[in-house]
Design a protein around this ligand. Structure first.
Ligand code: PHE
Ligand code: ZN
Length: 850
């Protein structure tokens, strides 16, 4: 493997498969080490294809027998699959293979988790189950028979016959193989029903391991709300008699939208007030919605090839964020999404891993399930909607569903429905799909005494390997104007920028206004504008746009933190005063105030410093954040106790937006108070907590204050039987450690008997937490880098997918000083030099090294 030159796949090389699949029959004889998979597949020549080679993917399969039209055949086998001469007429392919699910540690294909069989086929896992044209443009109906002595046997579609130790399933909707799923095990159903808008009754089940029954109610409710919402907002009705969700402990990602049988990482579906935080509840609600929404955007209309991944993912993320905005607070959701975009997508888009929302080449598709494809992909749709308006968006989506149902589509198909509905030419807009990099938008303003205010924007995108000479993009810039008195004098107007430099005039104004630019974060760009502290403080106090008001707070924080970290400045009083005013403003939603209080991420501060030509010092950034928080605690000292009191919830626990907002603000206040009271309130909250949100926020503050040893132990004793809570215990100790301790805390945790490193959740809770601890990971002695590299090297042979994803922790390496660069380069080279390194990790390390 190692010596074989890595193969690159190109979008431009797409050709259709030479055969059409009309029907697939699969029989599984389950056995942990020797599962037999028998397939019977009806093929016919594809009249639209030029290449008639009959190639079926297959990896790690033991071929037992193969037949064409009942006649034994002898295909030519390779590590990637098989080829065979076949008739130029319709024919039946039959094949029997053997696989070893118990030894499948990659968690792709058919594998086992706690004695339960389950599958993960996206993107290219079906080829580890049987020989098949494992590409999304090959769609077929599936009939599945499962033979196995287990109480629950599930697959896609509707239930067929069943009996003692066997069950049949039939999926009438043609689907690509990546949506195939099978689950078998000792599972318990949390049942429900849903009546669709046309009055059909759908059976719902959430399947869990015995012991987890008490953690299903919220997920079931979220599923029903998702189903209703998709009917009401997108006119999409569910299309089978049954919808099953299964919770699995060992899973590489969050969840998977297999047709009628969604499989979830248990952390993305199981919830109870005692064991899950408010944030867990919100995430679970969003992921359930996301996977459910894929039924139409992904399954009924799927992707022609994996380059089109954003066709389903960008759209489905956009839809799930609309859902969350409807269920909860729209401004809070928008701000949270932008925080996430800046934290995860911007570093990707501005580093060695930069790629377009629709990539043009890859070696391993698993490496392209990225923040760019998902989150920037969703931002691109949000921009499109802003540009065409809500009504045209709705019409375009109706046309998309009507025109492309049952098809495997491209971004061209997607844009065409918008062009057809609006008459717009989206050629330039399409650059959002084809160009990598985050556009920088600089702004200049002019005022003339005749009452005209002019904004001049200049856009430029830094060149990258993926896009060496970026062209101007269509940037929707939402702008409002405020009078110096604080009153809004021009409501939000959407400026449509298409040129490299472009001016827009606002006329008839009585005096020079203060602009509020990029309201609602109307485009995923970096706004570069010299703004005085006074102006930011003014926007923080007066902007009517909740996003920009919040952004003024983060910009103030960023400016003062960078001044502190780079020049040893003192905390800016404008920031402290502004925050105290926000804190005391009862008119503001507590959840919103909690977001206002949060400081920008330390990695994001480092990025801003690097952008401005400095070498960020992670320790100086950490110290600046600590100092600023301490200064804020001291300045707000008098108001904090009463505010904290007001955040106490007396009603029974509910994960709804209102209560969780109060707890979020309460948590932020507790963090400030703990800097003043030595941990008294945190101890008290910990002792009294009857839900995980309060328990965990108290524990976090105690650990940070260096006073949590007893509670850390008590927490472990209380929760050692609950793997999802113990993940939090691992994570929190790393997250709340001081920079000099982070790597040693993480290393010690890897020696804990509960550090089951083969479980992706536990691995991420420990080493992912270290990678996310900016100053700890970047400790000057390189201890963070070497610990992560050591474990990635260990994990790669077992689970390449999770290993490769976590390599991204190194992607920002060129920002830092030459000593750190040398340390990181050495670790990346050490990883790259491992014999037999997976294709996944090889591609990531190679790209990061550049
Ligand atoms: N398609 C899944 C989703 O976003 C993500 C996923 C990809 C899960 C690959 C597993 C493997 O909903
Ligand atoms: Zn998805």
């Amino acid at each position: 493997m190692k010596d074989a030159a890595p193969k690159t796949i190109y979008l431009q090389d797409y050709t259709p498969f030479g055969y059409i699949v009309d029907d697939v029959h699969l029989t599984f004889d389950l056995a942990p080490n020797a599962t037999r998979v028998t397939s019977r597949i009806a093929f016919r020549p594809n009249p639209d294809a030029e290449d008639t080679r009959f190639f079926l993917h297959g990896e790690g399969l033991t071929l037992i027998s193969a037949r064409i039209n009942g006649e034994e055949v002898d295909p030519e086998l390779s590590p990637e699959g098989l080829v065979l001469d076949v008739p130029a007429l319709p024919f039946i392919w039959e094949c029997e293979v053997e696989i070893d699910p118990a030894n499948n540690t990659a968690l792709e294909g058919l594998y086992m988790s706690n004695g339960m069989y389950c599958t993960q086929c996206e993107a290219e896992g079906f080829r580890k189950i049987t020989y098949y044209p494992d590409r999304p443009d090959v769609m077929s109906t599936f009939t599945v028979r499962i033979n196995g002595d287990l109480p629950v046997l599930l697959s896609n579609g509707n239930k067929g016959d069943s009996g003692e130790a066997w069950a049949e399933w039939h999926d009438p909707w043609p689907k690509p193989a990546y949506l195939f799923a099978l689950v078998a095990g000792e599972l318990i159903a949390h049942p429900g029903t849903f009546e669709t808008c046309t009055g059909r009754e759908v059976e719902l089940n959430l399947w869990v391991r015995p012991g987890d029954e008490g953690k299903c109610a919220f997920g079931m409710d979220a599923l029903k709300r998702s189903m209703r919402w998709d009917e009401e907002v997108y006119g999409r009705e569910y299309d089978l008699d049954i919808f099953n969700i299964v919770a699995v402990d060992d899973f590489n990602m969050g969840a998977m939208e297999n047709k009628g049988l969604n499989i979830f990482n248990s952390s993305a579906v199981l919830a109870s007030p005692e064991t899950s935080t408010d944030m867990n509840f919100e995430r679970i609600e969003a992921i359930i919605a996301h996977e459910y929404f894929h039924n139409w955007t992904g399954n009924r209309i799927t992707c022609r090839d994996w380059f089109q991944l954003c066709l389903k993912e960008g759209l489905t993320v956009f839809r799930d964020s609309q859902f969350t905005a409807d269920m909860r607070s729209a401004p809070v959701k928008r701000i949270s999404d932008v925080i996430d975009l800046r934290a995860r997508q911007f570093p990707e888009d501005n580093g060695p891993l930069a790629h377009p929302v629709r990539p043009e080449s890859f070696q391993e598709i698993n490496n392209f399930y990225t923040a760019t494809v998902y989150e920037k992909g969703a931002e691109v749709i949000a921009m499109l909607r802003r540009l065409v308006g809500d009504a045209a968006y709705a019409e375009a989506l109706d046309l998309y569903f009507a025109r492309h149902d049952g098809q495997a589509c491209t971004i061209e198909d997607w844009l065409k429905v918008f062009e057809d509905v609006t008459g717009r030419d989206l050629t330039q807009f399409k650059r959002w799909y084809s160009q990598a990099g985050t556009p920088r938008l600089s702004v200049q303003d002019d005022w003339d005494d005749a009452g005209t205010y002019r904004l001049t924007f200049t856009q430029s995108t830094p060149p990258s390997v993926a896009s060496p000479s970026p062209q101007p993009q269509v940037i929707p810039v939402a702008v409002g104007l405020l009078a110096p008195s604080g009153e809004e004098v021009a409501e939000t107007r959407l400026l449509e920028m298409t040129e490299a430099t472009q001016s827009f005039d606002f006329t008839g104004l009585p005096e020079r206004p203060v602009p509020s630019i990029l309201r609602g974060f109307s485009a995923p760009v970096i706004l570069e504008r010299e703004v005085t502290t006074e102006e930011r403080a003014f926007l923080l106090a007066h902007d009517t746009d909740p996003f920009n008001r919040w952004d003024a707070a983060t910009a103030l924080a960023r400016t003062t933190l960078n001044d502190m970290a780079l020049h040893g400045a003192a905390p800016d009083p404008a920031y402290l005063d502004g925050m105290c005013r926000v804190l005391g403003d009862d008119g503001l939603d507590p959840a919103y105030r909690a977001l206002m209080l949060a400081l920008p991420g330390q990695s994001e501060l480092a990025a801003a410093q690097a952008d401005a030509g400095h070498r960020p010092d992670p320790m100086a950034i950490w110290t600046a954040c600590e100092t600023l928080r301490q200064a804020l605690a001291e300045q707000a000292a008098e108001m904090l106790p009463a505010l904290f009191e007001a955040c106490q919830v007396t009603e029974p626990y509910s994960p709804d937006a209102e209560q969780s907002g109060k707890r979020a603000l309460g948590g932020a206040l507790l963090a400030l108070l703990t800097r003043l009271d030595g941990g008294a309130r945190a101890e008290d909250q910990y002792a009294k907590a009857d839900n995980m949100t309060l328990q965990l926020s108290a524990l976090g503050q105690l650990i940070r204050a260096g006073k949590g040893d007893a509670q850390v132990e008590a927490f472990y004793d209380q929760w050692q039987g609950d793997r999802l809570v113990i993940d939090k215990w691992f994570m929190l100790q790393v997250v709340q450690s001081t920079p000099d301790q982070a790597a040693s805390v993480a290393r010690k945790l890897t020696e804990h008997p509960d550090f089951n490193w083969k479980n992706p959740n536990r691995f991420r809770a420990t080493l992912g937490a270290l990678a996310g601890h900016h100053a700890g990971f970047h400790a000057a002695d390189g201890s963070g880098y070497s610990l992560l590299a050591e474990w990635l090297i260990k994990l790669d042979p077992l689970n390449p997918q999770t290993t490769a994803r976590m390599c991204a922790a190194f992607q920002t390496w060129r920002r830092y000083d030459s000593d750190r660069q040398a340390l990181i380069r050495a670790e990346l080279s050490r990883i790259a030099a491992q014999p037999g390194l997976s294709r996944d990790t090889t591609e990531m390390v190679t790209r990061i090294l550049g």
